[in-house]
Design a protein. Structure first.
Lengths: 163, 163
């Protein structure tokens, strides 16, 4: 498994992974109605996209970039998605570690996740293992497909000397 | 003073207020380099803009809309700006109250502010008076023009029956 920058040639595979995550309704706010143009702007806009590939198959993807412009641009943010068929193989962990290393190299002060669904226990646990803390709890902020309204966490990890 | 929906005819006055807030470097992440097209998309996009006017002069502005799409769209978010010349006249408070009423009417479950600079004491105090609580603290997330890196708060207020 290798992690490399995504290219437009990866878009079809990335869209499939995105759809496989969306349809479960348990991790991301976006609905299946999200159009391809918006999707593309999210993944090839101010953030840089990376893919985890194995034998040229895209297994997972993440994007990394400034969480806010200008006076907030020293904090990185990232989103990670693993295709349904590739779950439980350590791909998420490899991508988070990859992104932390990149963000440190780029000189970011910290990394922040704005929207971690509290019921997504494997993600919360993984982020905590890799040095992230819950710094905010947004009551009932996510409409979970099965559970109804659940809390959302904001998670944060200092980088570099302060990390 | 009256608060009404903004129209494209208000754009020039709104741009001036935005610039007067940006230049102080103490409340918003955006820099003076932010272009007019991006500004317009922020204020006339997924959010609805309102202006506080007096004798046809625009004194303040705010925008209200869903904080996230789809599975996060039941939480409202808002941003308020008061022109430098109109500070301290209760315009901010009137706009926050106006937006809370609108958000309740629209059926939002809660309102959330994603980015309240911790050193902006008048804003934090006003929001707390009007029922908002600090639900998250983002260490060093804002590069304040005078003070350097300061914390940013996430603030939240339940609406309707739970408010």
């Amino acid at each position: 498994m290798q992690i490399r920058p995504a290219t437009p040639a990866d878009l079809a595979a990335m869209w499939d992974i995105f759809q496989s995550v969306i349809v479960s309704g348990d991790a991301l706010p976006f609905a299946e109605s999200l159009d391809h143009v918006t999707f593309r702007s999210h993944w090839f806009g101010t953030h840089t996209a990376y893919v985890a590939v194995d034998d040229a198959r895209v297994l997972g993807m993440y994007k990394l970039g400034p969480n806010y412009p200008d006076r907030g641009a020293h904090i990185a943010s990232a989103t990670y998605l693993v295709g349904a068929a590739a779950q439980g193989q350590g791909i998420g962990r490899a991508m988070v570690e990859h992104s932390i290393a990149l963000a440190e190299q780029a000189g970011y002060v910290a990394m922040q996740f704005n929207y971690v669904v509290s019921s997504n226990a494997p993600a919360v646990k993984l982020y905590e293992k890799l040095g992230f803390s819950i710094v905010g709890t947004l009551p009932k902020a996510f409409r979970h497909q099965q559970r109804g309204l659940v809390d959302v966490y904001v998670m944060y990890r200092p980088l570099g000397e302060s990390g």
